[in-house]
Design a protein around this ligand. Structure first.
Ligand code: ZN
Ligand code: ZN
Ligand code: FE
Length: 769
């Protein structure tokens, strides 16, 4: 008998930790009869296989075939191979994690309930029948319950639940689907559902809590329902009065609410779902997807003035059980606008009392808040409106080199921070508007959590140029206390840097067409319609939209008709003001004040493209005042029809001292005259979108010819506009330019922290020579 065997040692890199990789190894080893071990190491996973050559080969074949859905092997390298005696082959085991601290270990994101667990939950003979906390190595809460690394049960919010014998058996059985599934639980040993009244009294537990909650909702009540990264406010969307009551209580008269729908079939019945949208809805991230309504008149109170619904599928077992009785439920973040999403009952009582009629809760704590991610499809690609649950904390691999840890502190309204660690970029989840103090507190604690989780301290800091951004002030304070160098990165440059870096072109030269609402310009004015030239390290401004005053500053953002008056005055002088009085009836008193401001050219000057959308929306009589960010622009977009049938309008373009200027005055004049002649809003919206795309294309093309650069990055919140995100790249490609867009980051201000980190990393390595 042959008493020789082999010991082969492999290093596996990729997404191999916390995704059921080690349990899979153990199961395959048991099947093919190899010994050895598998353990997490800083670089990934170390796999030792002991056995006959054919057994080892079979193991490797099966490993690739049966890779868990969330795992990915980037490389599998043999680092050692030697002969051993067959009798030294012991059963395969999962070894202790090795490595100083947590370097290289990436905690997994939260994963929607998998099909196997759903099947078990619906199986009357299963011991987890209708148990709302069922999970396995392929699914369940992750990022939001992890307190520290390594990712072991004792370091999660499940630590308080001691596994019963059956659960513990699964957890330790290499052949079980729940082998080392950290949140493993059952009705005997795990978290429990409970229903609380509006006053906070315990009404019911377990299955009773669920059925009570369903009947509350069916009667039109508003409930808080605990999810993965926070509570939702839930209400039946078919009940107008109930939804309007939620709007009243939340102080949110128009902002669209997301819908959770029972199944992909219901999603298809409500919306026209494209194959890409379907893929995203069904992905393990289970984001909200903004999809076109089938019946434009259905439930107008859910998303007023919009052609799309934000839909998502149930992603926790509790959601699945709740949705048994409803085809769709409004599921909106449980917060007051601007504040962080509520994550425990105490926060509900402290901040949302009076907002909810009942609370469907449980005793598995949420450690880190994480809002739902939001996506839309444009031109066959995913645009991330909000990169959050399901994405975080997964890194982007940027080919940057360097080993410094850089912290980008981000912008203000769609705050995020980003940690750059060598070639890996870790963007935080969406953290909300830093004008709110509780949001600032949450931002700080999530930052602290990330630094602890990844066991790093920044070597370099990066912030915006805006002196009054809270994120800037945090950066200054951190730098002052620690002595860590702080790099200030212009807002639109950060957009360009983020787009270049995620396309693997950080050191390449490109034009950057950055279209957004507000960013602090190098000259202190409000930028937002900018053409830059540079690489991810630095850039210069080579063009912009014509500037115009924002009458009353910030107030002009909330009152788009003020911008309309500004554009009209700039385009048509005295006649423009007459047009304004004809269009904005009942605002005569205010118009005379605006007139004085505009004639003296007071107020900050802006080149913002977002403001241009606002102004045109008001000019066309669509939205004069807003109750949520970008409302006027979104309602303008909602009226835009097929651009192939739209009439283009005139516009101007010329080189000035400060670069190429796109002059919208002829466009505004034409829109005003047509509006006065009574042309339809939808027709004029289409004309405006088409004209803007062509004007921007011509501006980029002219700069490209003059400057000899054929690559252009597109970034900024304007690319949440699907028409712009579809049409503009096509126009640019048609004239022979290479277009780079965001794929893994949001084009909005969430990407600013990433761009800051990249720019600072490049500048810092340059400084050191
Ligand atoms: Zn599962
Ligand atoms: Zn149990
Ligand atoms: Fe921006």
């Amino acid at each position: 008998m042959d008493n020789r065997a082999l010991e082969r040692r492999f290093l596996v890199e990729g997404v191999v930790q916390g995704v059921g990789f080690r349990p899979l190894c153990a199961r395959i080893a048991a099947r093919v009869g190899v010994g050895g071990s598998v353990r997490n190491v800083p670089e990934g996973v170390e796999l030792v296989l002991r056995g006959k050559l054919q057994q080892i080969e079979l193991f490797l074949e099966l490993l690739r075939e049966e890779l868990p859905p969330l795992a990915r092997i980037d490389s599998l390298r043999e680092v050692e191979s030697r002969e051993i005696e067959a009798k030294t082959v012991h059963p395969f085991e999962i070894g202790e994690s090795r490595g100083e601290g947590n370097r290289g270990v990436i905690p997994p994101p939260d994963v929607r309930l998998c099909a196997d667990c759903l099947r078990e939950m619906m199986d009357p003979s299963d011991r987890r029948h209708r148990y709302p906390f069922i999970n396995c190595t392929d699914c369940g809460p992750r990022f939001t319950i992890i307190k520290s690394l390594p990712y072991d049960r004792k370091n999660t919010t499940m630590a308080a639940f001691e596994m019963c014998e059956a659960c513990s058996g699964e957890y330790h059985d290499p052949l079980s689907r729940r082998y080392h599934a950290q949140p493993n639980a059952c009705p005997r040993c795990g978290p429990r559902l409970r229903l609380l009244s509006a006053e906070g009294k315990l009404v019911a537990e377990g299955e009773d809590a669920l059925s009570e909650a369903k009947s509350y909702l069916a009667r039109g009540n508003i409930g808080a329902v605990k999810g993965l990264g926070g509570f939702h406010l839930a209400v039946d969307p078919s009940k107008e009065g109930a939804v309007l009551e939620l709007r009243r209580r939340k102080g949110r008269p128009h902002k669209p609410f997301a819908l959770m729908v029972r199944s992909i079939e219901v999603a298809r019945a409500l919306c026209k779902i494209t194959p890409l949208e379907e893929r995203e809805l069904l992905s393990f991230r289970a984001p909200i997807v903004l999809a076109e309504k089938r019946d434009p008149s259905l439930w107008p109170w859910v998303a007023p003035g919009q052609r799309r619904f934000g839909v998502m599928l149930p992603y926790t077992p509790l959601h699945h059980l709740l949705m048994e009785d409803f085809e769709a439920l409004v599921m909106t973040s449980a917060n007051v606008s601007g504040e962080p999403i509520a994550k425990d009952e105490e926060e509900i009582w402290r901040h949302l009392r009076g907002l909810v009629d009942f609370v469907l809760s449980h005793d598995r704590p949420i450690h880190v808040r994480c809002d739902d991610s939001v996506e839309l499809e444009a031109g066959g690609k995913v645009v991330l409106v909000r990169r959050s649950r399901g994405y975080v904390p997964s890194p982007l691999r940027l080919e940057l080199g360097g080993d410094e840890v850089v912290l980008g502190l981000g912008a203000e309204e769609k705050a995020t921070f980003s940690l750059l660690k060598g070639s890996l970029l870790f963007p935080s989840q969406y953290l909300g508007d830093l004008k709110d103090q509780r949001t600032v507190d949450n931002y700080s604690s999530v930052l602290e959590h990330f630094l602890k989780l990844f066991d790093v301290q920044p070597d370099v800091l990066a912030c915006d140029l805006h002196p009054r951004y809270v994120s800037t002030q945090l950066g200054e304070e951190l730098s002052r206390i620690s002595g860590i160098p702080l790099f200030r990165v212009q807002h639109h440059h950060a957009h360009l840097a983020a787009c270049l870096a995620e396309n693997g072109m950080a050191r390449e030269k490109a034009l950057g067409l950055i279209l957004d609402g507000t960013g602090y310009g190098e000259d202190g004015s409000v930028w937002g319609g900018e053409l830059l030239l540079g690489d991810a390290s630095s850039s210069i401004r080579v063009g912009h939209l014509l500037g115009t005053p924002m009458p009353g500053g910030e107030a002009a953002i909330k009152n788009p008709y003020r911008m309309a008056v500004s554009y009209l005055h700039a385009s048509m002088g005295e006649r423009g003001l007459e047009v304004a009085s004809a269009l904005f009836e009942g605002r005569e008193g205010e118009l005379s004040i605006l007139k004085r401001i505009l004639e003296r050219n007071l107020g900050p000057i802006t080149t913002s493209c977002g403001r241009l959308f606002d102004g045109v929306s008001a000019l066309l009589g669509i939205r004069e005042q807003i109750t949520y960010e970008a409302q006027a622009a979104m309602e303008l977009e909602a009226l835009c029809g097929d651009l192939e049938e739209a009439d283009p309008l005139p516009y101007g373009m010329r080189w000035e001292d400060k670069g190429l200027v796109l002059d919208w005055r002829p466009t505004i004049e034409a829109l005003a005259e047509r509006r006065l002649r009574g042309e339809g809003k939808d027709k004029l919206s289409s004309s405006f979108h088409l004209t803007l795309c062509r004007a921007l294309r011509d501006m980029v093309l002219e700069a490209s010819k003059e400057l000899g650069v054929r690559r252009v990055c597109l970034s900024g919140g304007v690319f949440f506009n699907k028409v712009m995100s579809e049409r503009l790249p096509r126009e640019l490609e048609r004239v022979g330019l290479t277009v780079l867009t965001h794929r893994h980051l949001s084009p909005g201000d969430e990407c600013v922290s990433a761009g800051q980190a990249v720019a600072a990393a490049l500048r810092s390595s340059r400084t050191r020579g």
